[in-house]
Write a protein that binds this ligand. Sequence first.
Ligand SMILES: Cc1ncc(COP(=O)(O)O)c(C=O)c1O
Length: 499
Amino acid sequence: MKLIFEKSRPGRRAGSLPRYDLPKAEVPEELARRTAPRLPEISEPELVRHFTALADRNFGVDTGFYPLGSCTMKHNPRVNERVVNLPGFRDLHPYQEEEASQGALELMWRLQEILAEVCGLQAVSLQPAAGSQGELTGLMLMRAYFADRGEAEQRRVVITADTAHGTNPASVAMAGFELEKVETDERGNLDLDDLRAKVDGRTAGLMLTNPSTLGLFDEHIEEVSAIFHDAGALLYYDGANLNAVCGISRPGDMGFDIVHINLHKTFSQPHGGGGPGGGPIAVRDILEPFLPVPAVVCEGDEFRLDYDRPKSIGKVRGFCGPFGVFVRSYAYIRAYGPALREMSEVAVLNANYLLARLKDVYDLPFDRLCMHEFVLSARNLKREHGITALDVAKRLMDHGFHPPTIYFPLVVPEALMIEPTETEAKETLDEFADAMRAIADEAASDPQALKDAPHRRPVRRLDEVKAAKRAIVKYGFEEHPDLAPAPSGGAAVQAQKGA
Ligand SMILES: Cc1ncc(COP(=O)(O)O)c(C=O)c1O
């Protein structure tokens, strides 16, 4: 496909600006540009076709099934967009005085109350803008809590599972703690013996996803929580997998003290491509004094922002957080109402249905009922036919599906992590299962077809290492980058003409 610059022809325009009669602005000679900016010149129909063709090459939840494990790519109800575009929300300025933003403050306060209830905890801050920022915020709260008790020097270690998402250890390091990993046992739970050996007076806390990234609910969660609390440590719940348990079980009841919630997963804020997210944190009352400021509070019929929190860790994001995300998530939760539990029940049912349809053709490392997602392994295909999880993922694209998450969690070789979500119909699940089964058959009958996949996408298999190491982020008008020496130090190279 040609770039828009290659379609450009001098003098073509997609629109015209009205004539203006203001005096020409004086620009100092040294700041004035010598040549006109190099902009594509193109007619409106060509412009529309160009961007429509680009959009058509994209894949999203609106174009097809997107079972990307751990990411909860669910349908985003359109009513959320209507609500967020109500002028009172859309046109609100973050510096607007509190009396004039009572509706927005009330929405935030109500969302806080709902999230506290869903998590079984007492206080919420909506500020963090992503799950990973919620993690960092939660760990900063842990530090502030122990500092307040005079234990900051002593409590240096945070324990994570060997199945943890990469952001967990990264957050531990960023928050200035030392990392210790605990192993997974043969049923996919935390290994309690390993855990007991590692928890002591130096432990600040645990970071855990439950259900884990294996899609399994830890069968000893109460014991795990007692081990930490008995040692005076805290428990952090990575809520990325909250979609499995809403209205069924609550992290606070399991013993967790701090939880982050990914609004862009569980509560349907559109995401993907690093789009806007929300990672509110819910905490037990002992941690409330340390929450970020401002806190949204309700006094009688009035809502206001409270900055008077002397023990607060301070702000972690501008203003009160990503407000548009709050409106969409609030609309989503209110649309479900008390039936929120059904959302999780159907997510778990869909995952177990798919698991049952696939477990005889792919390896299943932990043969248990799953929660909202499950992890298969393509190691049987690798052993027998040399076919990897990557080959399966690429071939799925030919069948019109987004691939599942692969090679994660790290404890499962050739992992395929599948999360169907609650919004998919049985027919879609069956089509996906049929495709996965056809691919397993093909691994035996025509493995080369899998090795060469995808066959029917705009691009074939890419050199991902080169794409990462030699990122081409701008178009080379004058130079041909492949003739230039390879850049050092990660400098950007220019694109080949027509690339
Ligand atoms: C288990 C788990 N924890 C944490 C995160 C980080 O969340 P975010 O992408 O919102 O930063 C993710 C994201 O996929 C996740 O799957």
